[in-house]
Ligand binder design. Structure first.
Ligand code: DC
Length: 210
């Protein structure tokens, strides 16, 4: 059985960066599952289809090619918003979760990050992390990214987006964002990414020895 590292947590908590560092260090395959929801939403938007028709969205989700997911192309704010709306539909989640599970079985191991990896997609994962940080800190990080890309936005609107996204992700009926019972908590509010990576490595190394 492939070794699976599951990382869950709210937007901009640092789980993507952490997942990439872990995958690189251990030579594991990495899947940012948020991109699967984003790609589904973008395909609907590009085709001028509604975001709230479950049967249509399911059909799009079933034909998604995981190999073609491009973070740069899918990082747009409006795509993230649309993704969190598409992600409340059970038929869409079923289709994408199946593709994510198939990915997680790749040898020698995989790292998946998202909202429901440790709870729903890979409950058997050998190691689970719940990565979080205070909303204000996450909003500041998001704002820094926007500014770095040459954009402009005010802190309050980024913060209210983050809070609204948290509510939608944690409040939905199907697979809400929450820590798995056996997840290791990593609060990155006051922790640099190097420190979070080092803490994660200790846990993974120990699981690999058993
Ligand atoms: O992590 P992100 O911003 O790329 O995710 C976009 C949306 O996709 C997010 O609001 C919730 C949804 N999502 C999900 O429901 N389950 C996942 N495993 C990953 C993302």
């Amino acid at each position: 059985m492939a070794f699976v590292v599951a990382l869950d947590g709210p937007a901009a908590a640092g789980k993507g960066t952490l997942a990439r560092l872990i995958a690189q260090h251990y030579g594991f395959h990495h899947l940012d599952t948020g991109l699967t929801y984003r790609a589904t939403a973008k395909a609907l938007m590009d085709a001028g289809l509604p975001l709230d028709d479950e049967a249509v969205a399911e059909r799009v989700a079933l034909t998604l090619d995981l190999a073609g997911l491009d973070r740069a192309e899918l990082s747009r704010h409006d795509i993230g918003e649309a993704a969190s709306r598409v992600a409340v539909m059970p038929a869409v989640r079923r289709a994408l979760v199946e593709a994510q599970r198939a990915f997680s079985a790749m040898e020698p191991g995989t790292v998946l990050d998202g909202r429901d990896i440790g709870t729903v997609v890979c409950p058997q994962a050998q190691v689970k992390f719940y990565v979080t940080a205070d909303p204000e800190i996450r909003a500041q990080r998001r704002l820094d990214e926007i500014v770095e890309r040459g954009g402009a936005q005010d802190f309050q609107s980024v913060l209210s987006d983050i809070i609204q996204r948290d509510e939608r992700d944690m409040g939905r009926a199907d697979s809400p964002l929450r820590p798995a019972r056996d997840a290791h908590l990593l609060d990155t509010s006051k922790m640099r990414i190097e420190a979070a990576f080092s803490a994660a490595k200790t846990v993974i190394d120990s699981a690999l020895r058993t």
